[in-house]
Ligand binder design. Structure first.
Ligand code: UDP
Length: 349
């Protein structure tokens, strides 16, 4: 049984609401989106999810009061009527393609989906006068950083089309601020990981490319082995170092970002991480400890587009949003992921 990593998960109150807040969540049937939707519902918000269901899962939306609009945010015939009639206080925009390797192979897919289609959504927001936007950005916008831990003042210089697509949409939003007063919060995620503490929703990507689920899939028999991408990095054990942040902590930051915008906050960016870095080998050790099983590992070459070390300096989010990761223990992150994998759904919707 998984212990509750932190008692308050999902109980944040949005203290700026004096009425039922209406929020549109694009990609709300996806991994981070669905965890955020559950937390929004707990605050009493009126939540509409817009998801084209290409990668989203109907089973990831567990609260019956959530309205699901099945459609694409690049489809003007869907988003204009939705925004014009929805009376939304804010839009939280998750819907995006997220696979770095694929973005290198197929950049146009990423620029189409992560930039071109969201322009239609932003156009509909402008037409409807909806001026609060919380955007899922990424530490990949920094490329290979010059400072560790990374502050938001680090130069953004992405090294793959995925990171570029997120960087470009940040720039579009800033231009929209100048032109028509769109106020955006760019949340630059580090490595989203773990699953809801109750095991009801979790991470189910097809194909799965992320480290922690791929490690655990070797134990459920879905994968034969985990390949470690590169052992010759300039890090203490030669494998890449990342800042793994629990998905419910990320979700909480979205609620705080909406609250910040409701109180008149200006366009800002925030790094969302724990400030702690773990190597691929350390995550493997953690997974063996948590599951009590030996992980079948193979050592392979580096994966294209992977910087050696990405660790957040999350001080700005604490100072301005009042947000801080509550889960700073990789054991607990892996425990929640393992609970999802071994739960009734077996890690799949
Ligand atoms: N990684 C790995 N094997 C895998 C998946 C990932 O060695 O099957 C490594 C990857 O090179 C990176 C780290 O694990 O250093 C985290 O990768 P992930 O894809 O989970 O997240 P990303 O850092 O790309 O956002």
């Amino acid at each position: 049984n998984v212990r509750t990593p932190w008692p308050e998960a999902g109980t944040t109150r949005l203290n700026s609401i004096d009425k039922i807040m209406k929020v549109l969540v694009t990609g709300g049937a996806g991994y981070i989106g669905s965890h955020t939707v559950r937390q929004l519902v707990k605050t009493g918000a009126d939540v509409t999810v817009l998801d084209n269901m290409v990668y989203g899962h109907i089973g990831a939306i567990v609260d019956p009061e959530v309205k699901l609009v099945k459609g694409d945010l690049g489809d003007a015939s869907v988003v204009y009527p939705l925004l014009m009639t929805g009376n939304f206080d804010a839009v939280i925009h998750f819907a995006a393609y997220i696979n770095v390797g694929e973005s290198v192979q197929n950049p146009l897919k990423y620029y189409m989906n992560n930039i071109a289609r969201p322009l239609v959504l932003l156009g509909a927001m402008q037409a409807a006068g909806v001026k609060r936007f919380v955007f899922s950005s990424t530490c990949a916008t920094y490329g290979v950083p010059t400072q560790i831990p990374i502050p938001e003042t680090e130069k953004q210089d992405p090294i793959n089309p995925y990171g570029s697509s997120k960087y470009m949409l940040e720039k579009v939003c800033k231009d929209c601020d100048r032109a028509w007063g769109l106020k955006s919060v760019f949340l630059r995620y580090f490595n989203a990981s773990g699953c809801s503490v109750d095991g009801l929703i979790g991470e189910d990507h097809e194909p799965e490319t992320h480290l922690i689920p791929n490690i655990l899939l070797t134990l459920t028999g879905e994968k034969e082995y985990i390949e470690v991408f590169g052992t010759d990095y300039d890090t203490p054990d030669g494998t890449c170092i990342r800042d793994y942040i629990h998905v419910d902590d990320l979700a909480d930051a979205h609620l705080k970002a909406v609250d910040y915008l409701m109180k008149g906050g200006s366009t800002e960016c925030f790094n969302l991480g724990t400030g702690l870095g773990l190597s691929v080998r350390e995550i493997l050790e953690t997974a063996e400890k948590v599951t009590g099983k030996k992980i079948p590992v193979r050592y392979g070459p580096r994966r294209e587009g992977d910087p050696p070390r990405l660790i957040a300096n999350p001080a700005k989010a604490k100072e301005i949003l009042g947000w801080e990761a509550q889960c700073k223990d990789a054991n607990k992150i892996v425990e929640t992921a393992w609970k999802w994998m071994t739960g009734p759904r077996g890690g799949h919707y």
